[in-house]
Design a protein around this ligand. Structure first.
Ligand SMILES: [Zn+2]
Length: 170
């Protein structure tokens, strides 16, 4: 699915794309995360649609790396704790209750693992929307989500109005 990117010119553009013509689309410079983060909000608003999407992709892929490596860490911790709490390994456990603590820690790790994997899935969904030309459009009311919000939460699914309207999804 990642390989669809190069065919995007023939695909119909979403409403967000219409304000920026295709001029210069071929010369979008790939910026580093640091360069993107150094832009002011005004500068972000002034980016062409292609530059904006390229920048958001960098932010998403960077966050994806962070969440993936943290998920991996929680997974390993949980596996280690599971080994430590195996009955055969317990020696000084009766009074200290360490076996119980490691069970709690393991459950915490597994909960964090699950929430990190859920965020990775959100990020993947956002990356797919960039390819599909539907990125930055509210899934509920179909309005264009302001760039400031997409910059702050690159995998946002909803505009602020719909988000605060009692829905729990981001
Ligand atoms: Zn909305």
């Amino acid at each position: 699915m990642e390989e669809l990117a190069k065919t995007s010119t023939k695909r119909s553009r979403n409403s967000a794309g219409s304000r920026a013509a295709d001029a210069g689309a071929a010369s979008v410079a790939v910026r580093t995360k640091e360069e993107i983060e150094s832009l002011t909000d005004d500068e972000y608003e002034a980016l062409s649609e292609e530059e904006f999407l390229a920048a958001q992709r960098v932010l998403l892929e960077s966050e994806r790396q962070v969440y993936t490596s943290q998920a991996e860490m929680f997974k390993e911790e949980a596996a280690t704790l599971a080994r430590e709490s195996e009955p055969g390994d317990v020696q000084f456990d009766e009074e200290s209750g360490e076996g119980g603590n490691s069970t709690i820690e393991r459950e915490r790790d597994l909960a964090l693992l699950a929430s990190h994997l859920a965020t990775v899935a959100e990020i993947d969904s956002a990356l797919e929307k960039i390819e599909a030309g539907t990125y930055g459009v509210c899934e509920n009311c179909k309005a264009e989500i302001p760039r400031i919000r997409m910059r702050a939460l690159p995998y946002a699914r909803l505009c602020v109005k719909c988000k605060s309207g009692g829905l729990t999804r981001r």
